[in-house]
Design a protein around this ligand. Structure first.
Ligand code: MN
Length: 230
């Protein structure tokens, strides 16, 4: 029997899947911090010392199907972070590195949009990052490209341009923690579930965007994501 609710339930967040009518239902969004050495350095950190760390966004932070992103309130310094996104279709805890890719349904290109000013305030005050990272519409994302048809992606250019000018450009192979490493590590702390998305960190070159900007992100051989800030 279907459950009934005392108020109208929010619709489940989902992402389109390339070549499929069905959509990918989003359970949780995990994000890796500082996973490219050059970006860690631009944020003032030593990439060699820190183990991976994670933060989360709400599932309904996704912006899909070519929709615009609204410039969020409460910030004067909204930054782009282009990232490879991993979509999980098989859950598990304590997943070994060697079996981690069996849990991957597919890959997408996503933006970990960040209120950089609020993040700096949080860092300075030793407070959580939620206001900086987990706000509404903070996770624009392309369609998911299934492994079954498009394979795995461990190398290739990851790029972002704003109004046609290149801002971020690196190679997926430059990740400090690979996709299997990341899944294995995260699954020691959370039981991963079908529908989880993992944003795998951004390369160097993060910078501010303004209303009217058009962001085009891409991962070579995978997908392109185009988002207008309104
Ligand atoms: Mn990020």
């Amino acid at each position: 029997m279907a459950e009934s609710f005392v108020i109208e339930a929010a619709p489940a967040a989902s992402v389109p899947v390339f070549g499929q009518k069905g959509r990918f239902p989003v359970h949780r969004i995990y994000c890796v911090g500082r996973n490219y050495a050059a970006h860690a350095r631009e944020m003032g950190k030593d990439p060699d010392k820190d183990p991976p760390f994670f933060f989360c966004k709400p599932a309904d932070a996704v912006v899909t199907d070519g929709a615009d992103m609204h410039y969020p309130p409460g910030t004067k310094n909204l930054h782009h972070e282009i990232e490879l996104v991993v979509a999980i279709h098989r859950g598990g805890a304590n997943i070994p590195v060697a079996r981690a890719l069996e849990h991957v349904y597919g890959y997408a290109v996503g933006l970990d949009m960040t209120r950089r000013d609020l993040q700096q305030e949080a860092k300075d005050a030793g407070r959580p990052w939620d206001f900086a990272k987990a706000f509404d519409e903070s996770a624009p994302i392309s369609a998911i490209y299934p492994v079954a048809s498009h394979g795995h992606h461990s190398s290739g250019a990851i790029t972002l341009s704003v109004n046609g000018e290149k801002r971020q450009s690196q190679d997926l192979g430059d990740m400090i923690w690979s996709v299997p490493d990341t899944i294995a590590f995260l699954s020691q702390y959370y039981r991963l579930q079908p529908g989880d998305l993992i944003f795998t960190g951004t390369p160097a070159g993060v910078a501010a965007v303004r209303q009217g900007d058009v962001l085009v992100g891409a991962v070579q051989g995978l997908a392109e994501l185009k988002v207008k800030i309104v």
